[in-house]
Ligand binder design. Structure first.
Ligand code: UN1
Length: 501
């Protein structure tokens, strides 16, 4: 039987030490399925704490960048092994602080394990290019160089996976890290850093400052000694970070909102599409940036799809994610629940047809948590707010359409561009959709969620700012190219001049 962490005061982790916050302020982290349960107490950090963490990371960078990458990678390999060993206990703690069901928190920890192994492998690659020079007796190549202290601000919906997406490529590339985890889910990030430390990461290479956005996130993202910021969260906060970082030309990677769609064509395997819409729409209580919050269904199969989908949604068991019977957990907090409820009102006012759900669940076993019924709106038009804006909760808007072209127009007609999916057996339409859906990720005959760690993750338009997480693209973000020319001719050779006829 696995154990779970007892509630305690978790201090910041700076320079390999657990340190009390300079201001002495703390906050409570409670289980969203049962707010009577205290998961732990964490510190509310301020700019002074961020300064101390950045100083430690700056100092540690001097030596960490010179550790050979394969040696850095060995620490990551050890960490991955330890995460695997502790997977069950870490997953249980994550369900307690985040609320999603145990099968999903196991997936979250596994995603961190996958990323850690994958980036450890990069320690023996980190390839650059060699290429012939245009001049004789001259050698040309490019190498990756680390950048320095990377500030990371991570969300609560993937409390271990997303910090690992950012930390592992940064670390194997030779950077050091200051992490500000989401206020609602710091424990999982602490576990990750504990593991890295036990695996042999030197003091100061990874530091954690907990707290809220204004108190800790803002001083980190604007810090003069932090040249790299990696952020996952809302588009509104991403815009603030990008603007604040612009005067210093910081490297900024933003992973923001989504309004992802599943397109169900008339020839789709309907049962499979319903499975996908359930998992895509209500997995993680809809609190994924990749959530399928829109489902567009061809008119000829619309009635049948709705019938099967709504029946399945009504049967979803909502409750405490530690219970193996439960299929959907709570919203993360009261504010998120209120957002969901306000969008339900908006949907009703807009004239969408409420087919199931639409209410908070607060009776009986749900009484102590932030539960909302899984909700489906039918007969939505593509321009309704519930079909345009990110809700980040268990609400799916179903939109009927008549033609393939109309479906593509609906799919692309939102401000975001993270993930899209099409269910069809028509290979021509599948390829046309792969080409014409303007998103960072497209799935065929699978829902909008399910990204793997060795492929690029990110989106177009207001979802991102052109970078991609995971895969080799993460290494591209956390390194800079350095081009090297070595002239061994013992003469002055002028490029573009001495080689010209
Ligand atoms: C997110 O939605 O915030 O593809 C991240 C997925 C997961 C990661 C999602 N592997 O849904």
């Amino acid at each position: 039987m696995s154990t779970v962490a007892a509630p305690k005061l978790h201090k910041n982790f700076i320079n390999g030490q657990w340190v009390a916050p300079s201001g002495g302020h703390t906050y409570e982290n409670r289980n969203p399925a049962n707010t009577a349960e205290l998961v732990g107490t964490f510190v509310s950090s301020s700019a002074a704490d961020v300064d101390a963490a950045v100083d430690a990371a700056t100092e540690a960078y001097k030596t960490w960048r010179l550790v050979p990458a394969p040696k850095r990678a060995e620490i990551l390999y050890r960490a991955a092994e330890m995460l695997l060993h502790r997977k069950e206990e870490l997953s249980r703690d994550m369900t307690r602080e985040m609320g999603k069901v145990l099968a999903e928190t196991r997936g979250d920890v596994q995603e961190a394990i996958d990323m850690t192994y994958y980036m450890a492998g990069e320690g023996r690659r980190l390839f650059g290019q060699t290429t012939p020079s245009e001049l004789p007796n001259k050698f040309a190549m490019s190498v990756r160089q680390s950048i320095g202290v990377c500030g990371m601000i991570t969300p609560w919906n993937f409390p271990m996976a997303i910090p690992s997406w950012k930390m592992m490529p940064a670390l194997v590339s030779g950077n050091t890290v200051v992490l500000k985890p989401a206020e609602d889910t710091p424990l999982s990030s602490y576990h990750l850093v504990e593991v890295l430390t036990a695996a042999g990461l030197p003091p100061g290479v990874v530091n954690i400052v907990s707290g809220d956005g204004p108190g800790a996130g803002a001083p980190l993202s604007t810090h003069k000694k932090v040249p790299v910021i990696s952020f996952t969260g809302s588009t509104a906060v991403g815009r603030i970070i990008a603007q604040a970082a612009a005067p210093d030309f910081k490297h900024v990677s933003l992973e923001m909102g989504g309004k992802n769609i599943i397109i169900v064509m008339d020839d789709a395997n309907l049962e499979l599409a319903v499975d996908g819409a359930i998992w895509g729409g209500f997995g993680t209580t809809g609190q994924r940036c990749t959530a399928a919050s829109r489902v567009a269904v061809h008119k000829s199969v619309y009635a049948e799809f709705i019938r099967r989908f709504v029946e399945r949604v009504k049967a979803l068991k909502v409750g405490d994610g530690l219970d193996p019977q439960i299929e959907m957990g709570p919203c993360i907090n009261e504010q998120q629940l209120n957002t969901v409820m306000s969008y339900v009102e908006i949907g009703k006012q807009e004239g969408a047809k409420l087919l199931t759900g639409g209410n908070r669940l607060d009776g009986g076993a749900h009484g102590k948590g932030w539960f909302h019924a899984p909700t489906v709106f039918g007969d939505c038009s593509a321009k309704m707010r519930i079909a345009q804006e990110e809700i980040f909760g268990p609400v799916v808007s179903v939109i009927p359409f008549s033609t393939f072209d109309e479906a593509l127009e609906i799919a692309n007609g939102v401000p975001y561009g993270l993930s899209a999916s099409i269910y069809t057996k028509n290979v021509n339409q599948a390829f046309a959709a792969m080409r014409d859906l303007y998103t960072g990720i497209v799935y065929v005959n699978a829902p909008t969620i399910g990204a793997e760690t060795h492929l690029p993750f990110g989106g177009t338009k207001q979802t991102g700012n052109g970078h991609r997480e995971a895969a080799i693209s993460a290494i591209d973000f956390f390194t800079e190219w350095k081009t090297l020319y070595i002239d061994y001719s013992d003469t002055l050779q002028r490029a573009q001049i001495d080689n010209a006829d």
